[in-house]
Ligand binder design. Structure first.
Ligand SMILES: *Cc1c(COP(=O)(O)O)cnc(C)c1O
Length: 387
């Protein structure tokens, strides 16, 4: 029996050659590849600044720091996301809260956000930063979120870890039209990979400069940013408390090579999604709704079980799929139910749409090298699992 994971990378000979060439070059880190990768992605997205880092988690942390998030501030995000979208707020000493999801898109619900903001304004607890997550690659309602950001004065970080290669209103996700900073992830299960890796994109030069500092120890070699004239050619100054969040040259070379196939990857994911849509239509499952005005990156393809029409439990269907070699997964366990967050006082039912999604969702395999034959195997296994 062939094991089919829910997601996996595609590495070609061209990728391998690009990485090997870096190994044989003068620079393993801090060379020409990272700026070239940044330029490639910035150009693809139509954004002025891009900063490659060692993970999207680091990118989210840097983005929050650059926006001045700190103790006494609030960061809000969706409960249906990876924990990193929320943890970045805690790293900065801020408090985290959540906004329930839209039951159709599974993204942060703009109406729920508007209601919560109205209440928070009265209580003097407005968020400083909101992190909309483009779940599965489908963009959030950014226009509505940006309108609320202007009205209530919060900053927006798009967690686009799932969404590189997608478009919102015809424009590339990451172009920064409706946000301050956008973050991508290049983990191997995501759409393109650098093994580990992430990126921050912004059109704001000041934010880009701050993030450049946070990426590398808060150190500058730019005389303009120094507190006094340079001591000599060796001189640098630490002017912020930064980190080592740098991406290596090997990773950047892999990223540049992967970028040449990004559009093909996303097109293939759409082909697979359409095929799932057709072949699952008569099963007691809900297929992921796609917004007509967006082009999803389609990182994930989550179905929801219609449990009133199935004689098995969610866990039983999940286990039956795994037993047949299908590496299904669940994206995500609502973050507010994680013990670390529950200890802050969150209750499972605080976000009922998120809970209801969690009780029914299963991510089916979705990646560029999944063959139609493998996909048919997944579908047969699902039919079998819910019978
Ligand atoms: C994968 C992921 C992250 C973290 O990405 P890393 O590159 O692994 O740090 C953050 N947010 C979301 C929504 C993700 O899916």
């Amino acid at each position: 029996m062939q094991h089919i994971p829910y997601g996996r990378q595609d590495i070609t000979q061209a990728d391998i050659d690009a990485v090997v060439a870096v190994l044989q070059s003068d620079f393993l880190t801090q060379g020409p590849m990272v700026p070239k990768f940044e330029e490639t992605v910035a150009q693809y997205c139509g954004t002025s600044h891009a900063l490659a880092v060692n993970s999207a988690t680091s990118a989210l942390h840097m983005a929050c720091l650059a926006l001045g998030l700190g103790p006494g501030d609030w960061l809000w995000t969706s409960p249906i996301t990876f924990v990193a979208s929320a943890n970045c707020g805690l790293y900065c000493g801020a408090q985290v809260d959540f906004v329930d999801i839209d039951p159709r898109t599974y993204n942060i619900c703009p109406q729920a956000l508007a209601c919560k903001l109205e209440l928070a304004e009265r209580e003097g607890k407005l968020p400083k930063v909101v992190v909309p997550v483009h779940l599965c690659g489908q963009p959030c309602d950014m226009q509505a979120i940006q309108a609320l950001a202007q009205r209530y004065g919060f900053k927006v970080i798009e967690d686009a870890s799932h969404a590189i290669g997608g478009r919102y209103q015809g424009q590339p996700i990451g172009n920064g039209e409706y946000s301050d900073i956008t973050v991508f992830s290049f983990h191997p299960v995501k759409i393109i990979t650098t093994a580990e890796g992430g990126m921050c994109l912004t059109n704001n030069a000041e934010l880009a400069n701050k993030m450049t500092l946070f990426r590398s120890h808060g150190i500058t070699r730019d005389p303009v940013q120094m507190t006094h004239a340079t001591d000599g050619p060796w001189y640098y100054q630490q002017i912020e408390l930064g980190y080592n969040y740098r991406m290596t040259e090997l990773q950047a070379a892999l990223g540049i090579s992967q970028m040449t196939r990004l559009d093909d990857y996303v097109a293939r994911r759409h082909q697979l999604a359409r095929r799932y849509d057709q072949r699952l239509a008569d099963l007691p499952v809900s297929i992921p709704w796609q917004h007509p005005d967006s082009y999803s990156g389609l990182h994930l393809y989550p179905i929801r079980l219609q449990l009133d029409k199935i004689q098995k439990s969610h866990a039983q269907v999940f286990e039956a799929l795994r037993a047949q070699g299908i590496g299904v997964n669940l994206h995500y366990i609502p973050v507010h139910t994680q013990p670390y967050y529950a200890r802050m006082g969150f209750k499972p039912d605080d976000f009922p749409q998120a809970q209801s999604y969690y009780r029914e969702a299963i991510s089916l395999p979705m990646y560029q090298t999944l063959t139609f034959a493998q996909q048919d195997q997944v579908i047969a296994a699902l039919v079998n699992a819910i019978a």
